[in-house]
Write a protein that binds this ligand. Structure first.
Ligand code: GRF
Length: 206
């Protein structure tokens, strides 16, 4: 399965995909990494792995026009799946409608709790005992698409944002490759009669 990854920053989740699903013989192949910003670490990681890169920013322009440009760049890579791995910009229907049910996003909380920015700080401020990680279909409502995989992470007494972020990252780095493997195996199905429901089809022997 051809995968395009959209990034904006450090790209540690991109790295987990490069390490876990991109090797020859693996089910997926990252064919393009697109960044919203030039010069970010994620682009260095892609280049080090020999993956083609592109930068498509807002450039002070209109979001709809950016999304059409972005969709053209992504479509040219002919992806079976588009992964938003730390992509820090809202995507409109001008992008999402071009790849129906093929764009997934990662968020560092158990949605629908703590959508938007600073999810980890929001969880700490609320005092929840559990937060976590969600991989979900990307839709126009920010962090609003149906979950595909979710995993809780316990908040420890005395945690600060740095400590909790480190434990959440560990889970992200497992869940994102797992989601890609499930898509590659054709095991993720969105219920046509209730589009909020996602079925993970059991693998052989499960
Ligand atoms: C991740 O925590 C993701 O949940 C959030 O942005 C972060 C990206 O980290 N949306 P990285 O760029 O993959 O290191």
């Amino acid at each position: 399965m051809r995968v395009v990854v959209l990034v904006s920053g450090s790209g540690s989740n991109l790295q987990s995909l490069i390490d876990d699903v991109h090797a020859p013989g693996d089910a997926a192949r990252i064919v393009l990494v697109v960044s919203s910003h030039p010069g970010v670490k994620a682009l260095e990681r892609a280049e080090a792995a020999g993956i083609p890169t592109a930068v498509v920013g807002l450039d002070g322009g209109e979001r709809a026009a950016r999304d059409r440009r972005l969709a053209d760049v992504v479509e040219a890579a002919d992806p079976g799946l588009v992964v938003l791995a730390g992509w820090m910009s809202i995507l409109t229907g001008d992008f999402l409608d071009r790849f129906p049910d093929r764009v997934i996003n990662l968020h560092p909380s158990l949605l629908p709790s703590f959508p938007g920015l600073h999810a980890i700080e929001q969880a700490l401020a609320w005092g929840v005992r559990y937060t976590g990680v969600t991989v979900h279909y990307a839709e126009e409502v920010v962090d609003g698409g149906p979950p595909i995989l979710q995993e809780p992470v316990a908040v420890m007494y005395g945690d600060d944002a740095e400590a909790l972020t480190a434990r959440i990252r560990e889970v992200e780095h497992r869940l994102v490759p797992e989601a890609v493997r499930l898509f590659a195996a054709g095991r993720v199905r969105r219920d046509p009669s209730d589009r909020r429901r996602v079925q993970i089809v059991p693998g052989e022997g499960e």
